[in-house]
Design a protein around this ligand. Structure first.
Ligand code: IMP
Ligand code: MG
Length: 183
């Protein structure tokens, strides 16, 4: 399939940033670490919708130990910058008690979403909580929760594709694109 070098979503232009093969190599790295760290355990993966659905699917296919999955939803994003308010959490349940949890994020930006998620997850008394994120923006991160599995650190730029959207569009792109400097 021909790779698109540029995409336009709504009013903005984006340029190719991470190709699918590269993304897959980050996912392989995370999966290998999880396979090693959770050997003889049955972790419960909790991906955060909507953004993490694609990463969660590709990651789960590479996890070779027994594992389970249960999605949650909590969105804070509107447009190209965080709105500052984190909405409520859907789908967190009693299946968490006593379990080894791996929260699955597409991207950790300010960490506000993760903070809320972590606090909520703890209320259900899990045995342990680990965080796996495909992408991480260290310059934007303002929280102390350790990120256990990071696919790739990126600069503080707005990106789309591979599950990530700009006002609803771009999630279906197999590669990741960055907002063009010259819009
Ligand atoms: P945080 O609460 O600021 O860490 O934002 C986390 C959430 O915002 C992520 O789970 C994404 O869904 C979304 N997000 C953060 N950065 C980007 C981006 O560059 N593009 C698209 N969505 C993003
Ligand atoms: Mg998200």
């Amino acid at each position: 399939m021909q790779i698109r070098n540029k995409v336009k979503l709504h009013d903005l232009n984006f340029e190719l940033y991470l190709k699918e093969e590269e993304i897959v190599s980050y996912i392989d790295k995370v999966a290998n670490q999880i396979n090693k760290d959770f050997k003889d355990k049955i972790p419960l993966l909790i991906p955060v919708l909507n953004g993490a659905f694609m990463f969660a699917a590709d990651l789960m296919k590479r996890i070779t130990i027994d594992c389970e999955i249960s999605f949650t939803k909590l969105s804070s994003y509107s447009g190209t910058s965080t709105t500052g308010t984190v909405k409520t959490l859907i789908g967190m349940g009693n299946d968490i008690e006593g379990r080894d949890i791996i929260i699955i994020e597409d991207i950790v930006d300010t960490g506000k979403t993760l903070e809320k998620l972590y606090t909520e997850t703890r209320k259900f008394n899990p045995k342990s909580i680990r965080i796996a994120t495909l992408l991480y923006k260290p310059e934007a991160y303002h929280h102390k929760i350790p990120l256990d599995y990071v696919g790739k650190e990126i600069s503080n730029k707005f990106i789309v594709g591979y599950g990530l959207d700009y006002d609803g569009l771009g999630r279906n792109l197999p590669n990741i694109y960055v907002l063009s400097e010259n819009k």
